[in-house]
Design a protein around this ligand. Sequence first.
Ligand SMILES: [Zn+2]
Length: 275
Amino acid sequence: MPELPEVEVARRNLEKWLRGAKLTHVELSPRIYYGGSAPLYARRLTGRRISAVERRGKWLRLVTDGEPTLYSHLGMTGKWVLRKHDDPPQRFERARLDSARRSVRYLDPRLFGRIYGISGNATPPPAFTALGPDALTDGIDPAVLHARLSRIKRSVKEALLDQTILAGVGNIQAAEGLWRARIHPERAASSLSPAEVRALARGLEGSIRDTLAREDSPEITYVEEAGADNPFDVYGKEGQPCPRCKTTLRRIVQGGRSTVYCPRCQPRVPARRAR
Ligand SMILES: [Zn+2]
Protein backbone atom coordinates (compact mmCIF):
# COMPACT_ATOMS: atom_id res chain seq x y z
CA MET A 1 0.00 0.00 0.00
CA PRO A 2 1.48 3.37 -0.95
CA GLU A 3 2.65 5.65 1.84
CA LEU A 4 4.50 8.94 1.70
CA PRO A 5 7.72 7.62 0.09
CA GLU A 6 5.91 5.75 -2.70
CA VAL A 7 3.66 8.74 -3.42
CA GLU A 8 6.71 11.01 -3.46
CA VAL A 9 8.34 8.71 -6.04
CA ALA A 10 5.11 8.92 -8.08
CA ARG A 11 5.25 12.72 -7.82
CA ARG A 12 8.85 12.88 -9.02
CA ASN A 13 8.04 10.60 -11.95
CA LEU A 14 4.95 12.57 -12.97
CA GLU A 15 6.95 15.77 -12.76
CA LYS A 16 9.64 14.30 -14.99
CA TRP A 17 7.10 12.98 -17.49
CA LEU A 18 4.51 15.75 -17.62
CA ARG A 19 5.68 19.06 -16.17
CA GLY A 20 5.54 21.72 -18.86
CA ALA A 21 3.78 19.35 -21.26
CA LYS A 22 0.45 20.10 -22.91
CA LEU A 23 -2.13 17.32 -22.56
CA THR A 24 -3.21 16.15 -26.01
CA HIS A 25 -5.47 13.30 -24.97
CA VAL A 26 -7.08 12.47 -21.60
CA GLU A 27 -9.12 9.47 -20.48
CA LEU A 28 -10.63 9.02 -17.00
CA SER A 29 -12.58 5.96 -15.93
CA PRO A 30 -15.80 6.80 -14.06
CA ARG A 31 -14.83 3.95 -11.69
CA ILE A 32 -12.09 6.04 -10.03
CA TYR A 33 -13.31 9.53 -10.92
CA TYR A 34 -15.14 11.37 -8.12
CA GLY A 35 -15.46 14.89 -9.54
CA GLY A 36 -18.72 14.53 -11.46
CA SER A 37 -18.67 13.63 -15.17
CA ALA A 38 -15.41 11.89 -16.10
CA PRO A 39 -15.68 12.48 -19.90
CA LEU A 40 -16.53 16.16 -19.32
CA TYR A 41 -13.52 16.69 -17.07
CA ALA A 42 -11.27 14.78 -19.49
CA ARG A 43 -12.32 17.24 -22.22
CA ARG A 44 -11.69 20.18 -19.87
CA LEU A 45 -8.13 18.95 -19.15
CA THR A 46 -7.28 18.36 -22.80
CA GLY A 47 -5.15 21.17 -24.22
CA ARG A 48 -4.00 22.28 -20.75
CA ARG A 49 -0.33 22.44 -19.81
CA ILE A 50 0.82 20.82 -16.55
CA SER A 51 2.59 23.56 -14.60
CA ALA A 52 3.36 21.68 -11.36
CA VAL A 53 3.08 18.25 -9.77
CA GLU A 54 2.72 18.53 -6.01
CA ARG A 55 2.24 16.11 -3.11
CA ARG A 56 0.74 16.50 0.33
CA GLY A 57 0.65 13.39 2.51
CA LYS A 58 -0.57 10.58 0.27
CA TRP A 59 -2.25 12.97 -2.20
CA LEU A 60 -0.90 14.07 -5.57
CA ARG A 61 -2.00 17.33 -7.19
CA LEU A 62 -1.48 18.14 -10.86
CA VAL A 63 -1.78 21.87 -11.39
CA THR A 64 -2.45 23.18 -14.91
CA ASP A 65 -2.01 26.55 -16.59
CA GLY A 66 -5.80 26.90 -16.66
CA GLU A 67 -8.50 26.27 -14.12
CA PRO A 68 -8.56 22.47 -13.78
CA THR A 69 -6.53 20.83 -11.02
CA LEU A 70 -6.36 17.06 -10.76
CA TYR A 71 -6.13 15.34 -7.37
CA SER A 72 -4.99 11.72 -7.26
CA HIS A 73 -4.96 9.35 -4.29
CA LEU A 74 -3.41 5.96 -5.05
CA GLY A 75 -5.60 4.05 -2.57
CA MET A 76 -4.16 0.58 -2.01
CA THR A 77 -2.85 -0.48 -5.40
CA GLY A 78 -2.73 2.58 -7.65
CA LYS A 79 0.29 3.42 -9.83
CA TRP A 80 1.15 6.03 -12.44
CA VAL A 81 3.32 4.45 -15.14
CA LEU A 82 4.95 5.50 -18.41
CA ARG A 83 3.94 3.71 -21.61
CA LYS A 84 4.24 4.30 -25.35
CA HIS A 85 1.45 6.02 -27.27
CA ASP A 86 0.69 2.91 -29.29
CA ASP A 87 0.72 0.55 -26.28
CA PRO A 88 -2.81 -0.84 -25.94
CA PRO A 89 -4.83 -0.10 -22.79
CA GLN A 90 -3.05 -1.85 -19.93
CA ARG A 91 -4.58 -4.35 -17.57
CA PHE A 92 -6.39 -2.36 -14.84
CA GLU A 93 -5.82 0.93 -16.68
CA ARG A 94 -8.14 3.60 -15.21
CA ALA A 95 -6.77 6.84 -16.61
CA ARG A 96 -4.53 8.10 -19.39
CA LEU A 97 -2.73 11.43 -19.76
CA ASP A 98 -1.00 11.88 -23.12
CA SER A 99 1.28 14.67 -24.22
CA ALA A 100 2.99 14.92 -27.61
CA ARG A 101 6.01 13.03 -26.22
CA ARG A 102 4.63 10.69 -23.57
CA SER A 103 1.73 8.46 -22.61
CA VAL A 104 1.17 8.23 -18.87
CA ARG A 105 -1.30 5.67 -17.57
CA TYR A 106 -2.89 5.12 -14.16
CA LEU A 107 -3.29 1.46 -13.19
CA ASP A 108 -5.35 0.34 -10.22
CA PRO A 109 -6.41 -3.32 -9.88
CA ARG A 110 -8.38 -2.93 -6.66
CA LEU A 111 -10.01 0.43 -7.39
CA PHE A 112 -9.46 2.01 -3.98
CA GLY A 113 -7.67 4.91 -5.68
CA ARG A 114 -9.50 8.15 -6.38
CA ILE A 115 -9.16 10.96 -8.89
CA TYR A 116 -10.89 14.27 -8.34
CA GLY A 117 -11.08 17.04 -10.90
CA ILE A 118 -11.48 20.50 -9.45
CA SER A 119 -12.09 23.66 -11.47
CA GLY A 120 -11.49 27.25 -10.53
CA ASN A 121 -11.96 28.08 -6.87
CA ALA A 122 -13.88 24.88 -6.08
CA THR A 123 -12.88 23.31 -2.77
CA PRO A 124 -10.39 20.42 -2.90
CA PRO A 125 -11.55 17.00 -1.65
CA PRO A 126 -12.29 17.12 2.12
CA ALA A 127 -9.69 14.44 2.86
CA PHE A 128 -7.10 16.75 1.27
CA THR A 129 -8.03 19.96 3.08
CA ALA A 130 -8.01 18.20 6.48
CA LEU A 131 -4.41 16.99 6.15
CA GLY A 132 -1.90 17.80 8.89
CA PRO A 133 1.70 18.82 8.20
CA ASP A 134 3.50 16.69 5.62
CA ALA A 135 6.12 14.51 7.30
CA LEU A 136 8.68 15.14 4.52
CA THR A 137 8.12 18.57 2.97
CA ASP A 138 7.05 20.34 6.15
CA GLY A 139 9.25 18.21 8.40
CA ILE A 140 8.08 16.93 11.77
CA ASP A 141 8.19 19.57 14.51
CA PRO A 142 8.56 17.52 17.73
CA ALA A 143 7.01 20.27 19.91
CA VAL A 144 3.93 20.52 17.67
CA LEU A 145 3.64 16.72 17.44
CA HIS A 146 3.96 16.38 21.22
CA ALA A 147 1.21 18.97 21.76
CA ARG A 148 -1.10 17.09 19.33
CA LEU A 149 -0.36 13.64 20.79
CA SER A 150 -0.73 14.83 24.39
CA ARG A 151 -4.48 15.32 23.75
CA ILE A 152 -5.02 11.82 22.34
CA LYS A 153 -6.03 8.87 24.50
CA ARG A 154 -5.76 6.33 21.66
CA SER A 155 -2.54 4.37 21.12
CA VAL A 156 0.38 6.21 19.55
CA LYS A 157 0.31 3.78 16.59
CA GLU A 158 -3.31 4.61 15.78
CA ALA A 159 -2.68 8.33 16.27
CA LEU A 160 0.17 8.22 13.73
CA LEU A 161 -2.20 6.84 11.06
CA ASP A 162 -4.52 9.83 11.54
CA GLN A 163 -3.71 11.99 8.49
CA THR A 164 -4.95 15.15 10.22
CA ILE A 165 -2.10 14.83 12.78
CA LEU A 166 0.73 13.99 10.39
CA ALA A 167 0.14 13.57 6.65
CA GLY A 168 1.72 10.66 4.78
CA VAL A 169 2.50 8.20 7.59
CA GLY A 170 0.85 4.81 7.08
CA ASN A 171 1.08 1.36 8.61
CA ILE A 172 4.64 0.69 7.44
CA GLN A 173 6.27 3.99 8.40
CA ALA A 174 4.43 4.05 11.75
CA ALA A 175 5.75 0.57 12.70
CA GLU A 176 9.28 1.42 11.52
CA GLY A 177 9.33 4.81 13.27
CA LEU A 178 8.13 3.35 16.56
CA TRP A 179 10.74 0.60 16.41
CA ARG A 180 13.52 3.12 15.68
CA ALA A 181 12.31 5.27 18.62
CA ARG A 182 11.93 2.20 20.92
CA ILE A 183 8.30 3.03 21.71
CA HIS A 184 5.68 0.35 22.32
CA PRO A 185 2.86 0.75 19.74
CA GLU A 186 0.13 0.36 22.37
CA ARG A 187 1.34 3.22 24.56
CA ALA A 188 -1.31 5.96 24.90
CA ALA A 189 -0.31 8.82 22.60
CA SER A 190 -0.75 11.21 25.53
CA SER A 191 1.77 9.27 27.66
CA LEU A 192 4.82 10.06 25.49
CA SER A 193 7.43 12.40 26.97
CA PRO A 194 8.88 15.25 24.87
CA ALA A 195 12.13 13.24 24.55
CA GLU A 196 10.19 10.22 23.26
CA VAL A 197 8.35 12.35 20.70
CA ARG A 198 11.69 13.79 19.55
CA ALA A 199 12.98 10.22 19.08
CA LEU A 200 9.77 9.32 17.25
CA ALA A 201 10.10 12.33 14.90
CA ARG A 202 13.70 11.30 14.12
CA GLY A 203 12.65 7.67 13.66
CA LEU A 204 9.82 8.53 11.24
CA GLU A 205 11.93 10.97 9.23
CA GLY A 206 14.82 8.49 9.04
CA SER A 207 12.58 5.65 7.93
CA ILE A 208 10.84 7.80 5.29
CA ARG A 209 14.20 9.01 3.90
CA ASP A 210 15.64 5.47 3.82
CA THR A 211 12.56 4.13 2.04
CA LEU A 212 12.68 6.98 -0.44
CA ALA A 213 16.35 6.34 -1.18
CA ARG A 214 15.58 2.68 -1.99
CA GLU A 215 12.46 3.27 -4.03
CA ASP A 216 13.59 5.88 -6.49
CA SER A 217 12.60 3.93 -9.56
CA PRO A 218 10.18 4.48 -12.43
CA GLU A 219 7.74 1.86 -11.22
CA ILE A 220 6.98 1.41 -7.55
CA THR A 221 6.98 -2.08 -6.12
CA TYR A 222 4.73 -2.27 -3.09
CA VAL A 223 5.99 -4.43 -0.21
CA GLU A 224 3.08 -6.82 -0.67
CA GLU A 225 4.44 -7.58 -4.16
CA ALA A 226 8.09 -7.69 -3.12
CA GLY A 227 7.67 -10.91 -1.11
CA ALA A 228 10.98 -12.07 0.30
CA ASP A 229 12.62 -8.76 -0.63
CA ASN A 230 10.92 -6.88 2.22
CA PRO A 231 13.57 -4.23 3.03
CA PHE A 232 12.08 -3.02 6.33
CA ASP A 233 13.41 -3.58 9.86
CA VAL A 234 10.18 -4.84 11.46
CA TYR A 235 7.22 -4.32 9.09
CA GLY A 236 5.95 -7.72 7.89
CA LYS A 237 8.68 -9.53 9.90
CA GLU A 238 6.70 -11.15 12.70
CA GLY A 239 8.54 -14.18 14.12
CA GLN A 240 11.92 -13.02 12.78
CA PRO A 241 14.73 -11.74 15.04
CA CYS A 242 14.83 -8.02 15.90
CA PRO A 243 17.67 -6.47 13.82
CA ARG A 244 18.89 -4.70 17.00
CA CYS A 245 18.65 -7.25 19.83
CA LYS A 246 17.65 -10.55 18.11
CA THR A 247 14.51 -10.98 20.26
CA THR A 248 11.67 -12.55 18.23
CA LEU A 249 9.43 -9.83 16.76
CA ARG A 250 5.74 -9.95 17.68
CA ARG A 251 2.60 -8.82 15.88
CA ILE A 252 -0.47 -7.19 17.43
CA VAL A 253 -3.67 -5.88 15.81
CA GLN A 254 -4.73 -2.30 16.56
CA GLY A 255 -7.78 -0.71 14.97
CA GLY A 256 -7.90 -3.57 12.46
CA ARG A 257 -4.28 -3.01 11.30
CA SER A 258 -1.32 -5.13 12.34
CA THR A 259 1.79 -3.76 13.98
CA VAL A 260 5.05 -5.68 14.35
CA TYR A 261 7.30 -4.64 17.22
CA CYS A 262 10.14 -5.89 19.42
CA PRO A 263 8.96 -6.74 22.95
CA ARG A 264 12.44 -6.06 24.33
CA CYS A 265 13.43 -2.82 22.52
CA GLN A 266 9.90 -1.43 22.78
CA PRO A 267 8.79 -2.16 26.37
CA ARG A 268 5.22 -1.31 27.35
CA VAL A 269 6.58 0.53 30.40
CA PRO A 270 9.76 2.47 29.57
CA ALA A 271 12.62 1.34 31.85
CA ARG A 272 13.41 4.73 33.35
CA ARG A 273 9.76 5.21 34.26
CA ALA A 274 9.18 1.76 35.72
CA ARG A 275 7.97 1.83 39.30
ZN1 LIG B 1 14.85 -5.57 19.80
